[in-house]
Design a protein around this ligand. Sequence first.
Ligand code: NAG
Length: 148
Amino acid sequence: MKAAGVLALIGCLVTSTESKVYTRCKLAKIFSRAGLDNYAGFSLGNWICMAYYESGYNTTAQTTLDDGSVDYGIFQINSFTWCRYEKVQEKNHCHVACSALITDDLTDAIICAKKIIKETQGMNYWQRWKKHCEGRDLSEWKKGCEVS
Ligand SMILES: *[C@@H]1O[C@H](CO)[C@@H](O)[C@H](O)[C@H]1NC(C)=O
């Protein structure tokens, strides 16, 4: 009885730390520190806008596509080309486990996003960015946030 209670409590703690939805400004700060502002010419607003439309800032967001591949994390990075899903060795261009792209620590996701930008030449990879963010005034996205 007692052990079950403790286990249930641990279960709650684990699940509550696993799913994290960042606030816009917290994300702006993390992105800025990671050098995303103007990375490959894309201002901070592009990144915040893209993450919003791709994942709603939810680090654990996962979407299974029709072809069976899965989009992972805050940037919805796809398993077919960019990360390693379980034992299946696919292209894995980012040399990272897909599970590393759905943690609170955004380091791996950011490194992978930078790689996508370089390899695909721009942010066109993110279709929701194209639809909702490209070519717009994105200064509002970092408004009120303490970023330089
Ligand atoms: C974040 O994404 C996970 C996985 O899709 C989902 O279970 C969770 O409810 C989402 N959190 C929020 C606050 O939307």
